[in-house]
Design a protein around this ligand. Structure first.
Ligand SMILES: Cc1cc2nc3c(=O)[nH]c(=O)nc-3n(C[C@H](O)[C@H](O)[C@H](O)COP(=O)(O)O)c2cc1C
Length: 330
């Protein structure tokens, strides 16, 4: 066989167009030490008998251990296990440090929180160029209802369901129209429908959406200067910010402090009202996201990206307290 010489980068890129899940394969050494690595070469082979395969680079530090191992386990990673994937793709570290593991057949360490786990016994090994191919007989498996982590084009990705072909337009009048598929319409209508469900709680406090927005922003820091507020709300409430703040002060929910310049803080009553409304909003969020199921983190991640693209300054105000909290916690 003559080896075809390809441009390695192009060849990798072409192979990378094939989207895969991500797995971690684990086993143990003869003296019981846990071993594992990230692999996306996993695939199903046969239903009856139940067989799966994966391939291991000849350069892997664990080659000899897997070659000799009778048992190993495949863990199909869930979408929130990207960090675990990165950890098991690194060399020269204790990959299992601090992890809670179960023990499977042959004493193989089993990781938790995965989309599925297959406990296997080596059935065949084949030389495959610069990799060794392992075919395993599945002895046991379990699975959870979690969305899978995906690898595509050299990067981690989300898997999301496509709309079923029979999804009906939300309104017969909108079918095929400009608005039906227009981002502004989808965002705007989602926003209004979401806040409509908070309406009664806001009405009970005589607050408009704008006032709630300013009130909840004031919970971010004990004292927000007028310029911090202006910066945080730039492009969103430019004109109405001052008006909303004045109403909050008049209603006794916020107070002004003068020093170097004007700063705003919540009164004790304002904080109580704000936290009550925020917890209502969070409960509403959980209900809505629960209906989206595994697509919920994908929606959030896409909206965050969208916000980063169309409003790069938005992150600053919201991230600062988070960073401060982490610093003081650490
Ligand atoms: C998403 C992803 C998929 C990978 N798939 C494989 C694979 O199928 N086979 C393999 O040998 N290495 C694969 N690797 C690389 C190994 O995880 C990496 O080389 C690891 O350091 C090997 O560990 P070891 O040398 O301790 O055995 C993959 C890495 C990533 C991030």
């Amino acid at each position: 066989m003559t080896a075809q010489v390809f441009d390695p980068t192009e060849f990798r890129k072409a192979l990378g167009t094939f989207a895969t899940g991500v797995t971690i394969i684990t086993t143990r050494t003869a003296d019981g030490a846990p071993v594992g690595l990230t692999a996306n070469s996993f695939n199903s082979v046969s239903l009856s008998p139940p067989l799966v395969l994966w391939s291991l680079a000849n350069s892997s530090a664990s080659l000899e251990i897997f070659r000799k191992a009778e048992h190993w386990a495949v863990h199909v990673l869930a979408t929130d296990q990207e960090e675990l994937s990165a950890r098991f793709a690194r060399r020269g570290i204790d990959k299992f440090a601090g992890l809670d593991v179960d023990t499977g057949q042959g004493g193989v360490p089993l990781l938790r929180g995965c989309a599925a786990r297959f406990e296997c016994r080596t059935a065949f090994q084949y030389e495959g160029g610069d990799h060794l191919i392992f075919v395993g007989e599945v002895l046991a498996f379990d699975r959870a209802e979690s969305a899978p982590l995906v690898f595509h084009g050299g990067r981690y990705a989300h898997a999301t369901r496509r709309d079923a072909p029979d999804v009906k337009p939300r309104s017969a009048h909108l079918a095929g129209s400009f608005s039906e598929d227009f981002l502004g319409y989808l965002l705007g209508r989602s926003h209004f429908r979401f806040f409509a469900q908070l309406r009664a709680a806001l009405d009970a406090q005589h607050l408009s959406d704008m006032e709630f927005y300013v009130l909840s922003t004031l919970t971010l820091k004990p004292l927000l200067t007028a310029s911090e507020l202006a910066e945080g709300m730039a492009g969103v409430l430019d004109d109405r910010r001052k008006q909303a703040l004045d109403s909050l002060v008049t209603a006794g929910l916020a107070a002004t402090r003068t020093g170097d310049g004007i700063a705003y803080e919540l009164t004790a009553h304002g904080r109580e009202v704000a936290l009550g409304l925020i917890s209502r909003a969070k409960a509403l969020e959980s209900q809505v996201l629960e209906r989206l199921g595994p697509d919920a983190p994908i929606l959030k991640s896409l909206l965050n990206r969208l916000l980063g693209e169309i409003d790069p300054t938005a992150a600053a105000l919201w991230q600062a307290p988070e960073a401060e909290r982490r610093r003081s916690a650490g």
